[in-house]
Ligand binder design. Structure first.
Ligand code: AMP
Ligand code: ZN
Length: 469
């Protein structure tokens, strides 16, 4: 059996993963807050977990894995959007508008993650469907002396949990010194965090022993993971930005509510994604969503390839150059495996790389070796372990054949236009190419063309139709 080793953030060591129950390996990934489209960084943990789940299913069996990823649908930004729609004259109630916003965002999320080949988890719980379990867990924490109610809030008492700070390696005193914590008069300690808070009448709320209110963010994941995976499970993940405070607080809540259980054995955190060497941010103007890239004509499989080319524990840089390279590699590989049956199992080098702390970069290097050796069956079987070269992801290269035919007929039309000295038409074709993302270079051997990252197949088809080419 393949031995899988993963870097456990909690122990800061690479550890062999031994499932609690090999017939049901259980994972939880913190999912998105559903107020808007997923940005490119949000796709990183999803793809890391997608490869992890593919590996675990390969090793333990297709039915031996339970993968949970939540939707956080209690959030101020969702409320703000619903209130904006109400103010703009919508006849729907605020509750309906919140549901409307959540539904549309979940739909987008599914479309976008499907497009990059990420399999759907076994369970996708929504926080609003688990408020009963959250209230129960909070009551239990109060009964056990780990939480207290004050002025309609319930707070977790961090001093009641000696291990608080272990995951992120900070002491409570250091945190207080370094953090911008909200100091509320009803808090016993500045680091105490909210389990429950009051809700105003114009916002969603649930009746509770502490009055009408809503849960804090951290308790959502503790309650949903316990409900669907039990108090002890194998792997919990998310971006490194969630390590503190979100995951630290989840550990405090879950370990205090279930003192006999281990909660998550392994904590897996991916590093952040950057764009062209800079932090992705709205103010720098380099912020984009997965959908923005897809709309620009970057295929989902190319996005996936670029993301997996960097090991999850390293910061990763999204660049257009990488996307172009990935595009060319995948086209070449798809050409190599066309009409070929995959080998019965992935190549050992690829499995070894993945089993070694999910070294997707190493696995891709091994795929290059297989392609170089011309071993198409092994390349195909191995690439599929990474969710690459799957039949349902290949339409974009087939569309490429149509594009090639259109480009050729436009180039012929341009040559004829030049011959008949119809320079306006020749220029229109040249400008049209630039507009749809086709780069043409005239060489002594004739024109050579390539697709730029912004290539738009539909616009090319329209251009050819408009110009009668
Ligand atoms: P959020 O909706 O902001 O809670 O984020 C959803 C997931 O995306 C979490 O696991 C975050 O850690 C992760 N994430 C957010 N930004 C980035 C980024 N720039 N790079 C990698 N992961 C990110
Ligand atoms: Zn979470």
């Amino acid at each position: 059996m393949v031995r899988i080793r993963l870097t456990n953030t909690r122990t800061r060591r690479k550890e062999e993963m031994t499932p609690i129950d090999a017939s049901n390996v259980r994972l939880y990934l913190c999912g998105p807050t559903v107020y808007d489209r997923a940005h490119l960084g949000n796709a990183r943990p999803v793809l890391v977990f997608d490869v992890l789940v593919r590996l675990l299913r390969h090793v333990y069996g297709a039915d031996a894995v339970t993968y949970v990823r939540n939707f956080t649908d209690v959030d101020d930004k969702i409320n703000a959007e619903a209130q904006r729609r109400k103010a703009a004259g919508s006849p729907l109630s605020l509750e309906q508008l919140i549901a409307e916003r959540t539904e549309e965002t979940v739909g987008w999320y599914h479309d976008d993650m499907d497009a990059i080949g990420a399999g759907r988890p076994d369970h996708e719980p929504r926080a609003t469907a688990y408020v009963g379990q959250m209230i129960e867990m909070i009551s239990d924490l109060i009964a056990k002396g780990h939480a207290y109610a004050a002025e309609g809030h319930v707070l977790f008492d961090v001093r009641s949990f000696p291990d608080y700070g272990k995951l992120s390696g900070r002491s409570v005193d250091d945190m207080i010194a370094g953090a911008r914590v909200e100091v509320a008069p009803f808090k016993r300690d500045p680091m105490d965090f909210v389990l429950w808070k009051p809700s105003t009448d114009d916002l969603p709320g649930w009746d509770s022993p502490w009055g009408r209110g809503r849960p804090g963010w951290h308790i959502e994941c503790s309650a949903m993971s316990a409900a669907l995976l039990g108090p002890s499970f194998d792997i919990h993940g998310g971006g490194i930005d969630l390590q503190f405070p979100h995951h630290e607080n989840e550990i405090a809540q879950s370990c205090c509510a279930h003192p006999q259980a281990s909660f998550a054995n392994i904590w897996l955190h991916n590093e952040m994604l950057q764009v062209e060497g800079k932090k992705m941010s709205k103010s720098l103007g380099n912020f984009f969503t997965v959908r923005d890239l897809l709309d620009k004509g970057v295929p989902g499989e190319v996005i996936r390839f670029v993301m997996l080319s960097t090991h999850y524990r390293k910061p990763m840089d999204w660049t257009e150059a990488k996307a172009r390279e990935a595009d060319a590699t995948l086209r070449r590989w798809r050409g190599l495996v066309a009409g070929i049956e995959p080998a019965t199992s992935p190549a050992p080098a690829v499995l070894e790389a993945l089993a070694d702390d999910l070294n997707t970069a190493g696995a891709i290097a091994a795929l290059h070796d297989l392609a170089g050796q011309g071993d198409a069956p092994a390349l195909l079987a191995s690439a599929r372990m990474l969710g690459l070269l799957l039949p349902e992801m290949g339409a974009w290269t087939e569309a490429g054949d149509d594009a090639a035919a259109l480009i050729d007929s436009l180039l012929t039309a341009r040559a004829e236009a030049r011959k008949s000295r119809d320079f306006a038409r020749a220029d229109a074709i040249r400008d049209g190419f630039a507009a749809v993302g086709v780069e043409v270079k005239d060489t002594p051997q004739g024109p050579e063309w390539s697709l730029s990252t912004g290539f738009d197949a539909d616009a090319l088809a329209k251009l050819a139709a408009d110009l009668g080419a």
